[in-house]
Unconditional design. Sequence first.
Length: 322
Amino acid sequence: MGSRLRIALVAPVAQPVPPPRSGSIETLTATLADGLVARGCDVTLFATGGSTTRARLHAVYERGYLEDPTLWPWELCELFNLAAAVERAASFDLIHYQAEYAPLSLAYAGLSPVPLLQTVHHLPGESEIAQWSRYPQAPFVAVSHEQARALRGLNVVGTIHHAVDTDAYAFQAVPDDYLLFLGRFTAGKGVLEAIEVARRTDVLQVQNAALRFKPTAAIIEALVGPSGTPRSTPPAAAVRGNAGTARATVWQYTDGALAPVHVTLGISNGTVTEVTGGSLALGDTVVTSVSAAVSASNQPATKTTSTTRSPLIQGPSGPPPR
């Protein structure tokens, strides 16, 4: 091996790299190829003849199968493009296959004299993993932690998220009034969820700890007095429903009184939840916990938090599946 790493980067041959319009795999492959060249690697890109790259270009097809309908079936085009790289494996230290869908490169895993690395760009199902497990030693690079979990049982050598060319996307400190969604409009991409979140950019929200707080009889007696008679009506039981219709109870403790406040809930990010209805107002304090059920002074210490207005795009929430 010389001082420069020799890499064969195999792109899909549906269209040029980068694509003239839409094509996430072609876009990230173009970014990867140029980035590796910039780092001093000797890169050969296996893509269509219309591609533009800083790497050395090897084109089995002048045009892609999305541009030329005579190039069908598309799987055969992908296979021949991949075969061209494997046939020249002696010229490389590594072959990296960017799968249009299935990792066809697995068929060459035991034939290639150099490591053949696979990257797929969707979230595979269990039946797919069962098929791919025929080659358990073949190395995969996951594009997200969620995908890495789905690839469990395979040889996942690392997780590398898709790169973004920051020179191509200028930062703008003041946002415009629109939602930009990057991705295909298909089930599982989170399109509808993104639209819903964008509509709720200034919502009344409460900490989830306040929703979990349920005072016991001992706490109520300690907070409202020895008579044990609450100074307010007991809470109604929480009722579950769809986002925007679920009802719950939070508690306020002011002037020696513990009072339930019934609210209607919206969407949640796991840390805070939107309040869509009820008498709770911005800045109201609600109880999240009581440090001691009963104290000698009959005044347990309470921990409270205030309601706020903020976008719900924060806190832990699982990423949408790739």
